[in-house]
Design a binder for this molecule. Structure first.
Ligand code: VGL
Ligand code: ZN
Length: 179
């Protein structure tokens, strides 16, 4: 069976200077590039939060977040420090205006694709630990993938202090390995 790396939402808007900054978010670039170059991964997937302008998660629509990762904008592009040469696939998520779209498995076909490739174990990294990494890893566990979260390769947005810690604790309790 095979392993895949899922790099969650390493995009301009989630790094310092972006619309929804994750503190120190850019600092994971080197670790992500190191992981992506590891030959143990049969498949390297990067996700993008890829919202339409009228997305319901935006505060102007009554949602939680400032406008971020609008389809086709610079803020929605993958961070320039991410080495594209190791990416096999880019998955766009969060396109349905009516749902948050936090998880890489929500309406993307990712689970089917991974199964077709014989993938049974995922390493999840990227942004943000306490939002999209959490939701992606949780769904992966529910879908019966083995899940490893790469701690060096993730950072949290921490709307409330301790959110990342709680997210990681939840994932550990559900059976993820934290490395
Ligand atoms: C995310 C908040 C809103 C994330 C996405 O990628 O963690 N956070 N949309
Ligand atoms: Zn979003």
């Amino acid at each position: 069976m095979a392993e895949a790396l899922v790099i969650v939402d390493f995009q301009n808007d989630f790094t310092p200077g972006g619309a929804l900054e994750v503190p120190d978010g850019h600092a994971i670039a080197e670790r992500l590039n190191e992981l992506a170059a590891d030959p143990r991964f049969e498949l390297v997937v990067a996700t993008r939060d890829w919202h339409p302008l009228d997305h319901g998660s935006f505060d102007e629509r009554g949602g939680t977040w400032p406008v971020h990762c609008v389809q086709g904008t610079e803020g929605a592009e993958l961070h320039p420090d991410l080495d594209r040469s190791h990416l096999d696939l880019v998955i766009d998520k969060g396109q349905d205006p009516a749902t948050e779209g936090y998880s890489a498995f929500e309406s993307t076909g990712l689970a089917e694709l991974l199964r077709e490739r014989g993938v049974d174990r995922l390493t999840v990294a990227g942004l943000a630990t306490d939002v999209c990494v959490l939701n992606t890893a949780r769904d992966a566990l529910d879908l019966d993938f083995e899940v490893e979260v790469d701690l060096e390769g993730t950072r949290g947005v921490e709307v409330r202090d301790g959110d990342s810690e709680r997210a990681l604790e939840e994932l550990r309790d559900r059976g993820a390995e934290l490395k």
